[in-house]
Design a protein around this ligand. Structure first.
Ligand SMILES: [Zn+2]
Length: 72
């Protein structure tokens, strides 16, 4: 996986929303790529904010936004 591919799925990974197979591929990349690891930490932080449904501006992931609006 390239960094670009990882970044695309990283948001979902931060939320544990990926297939186990895909998550494993990303974990494998993260084990060797510091930059993507740092990105994941930031996304996890953002994901926690999202879990509180205080930000409705994440247009990059409509599925999450939909879940947020129905779940809260
Ligand atoms: Zn990377």
């Amino acid at each position: 996986m390239t960094c670009e591919e990882v970044r695309i799925s990283l948001g979902a990974h931060a939320l544990g929303a990926l297939d186990p197979e895909e998550a494993a591929e990303i974990d494998h990349h993260l084990a060797t790529c510091e930059a993507c690891g740092a990105e994941l930490l930031e996304l996890e932080e953002s994901a926690r904010s999202w879990a509180r449904c205080r930000s409705a501006t994440w247009s990059w992931w409509p599925a999450l936004r939909a879940r947020c609006s129905t779940g809260c």
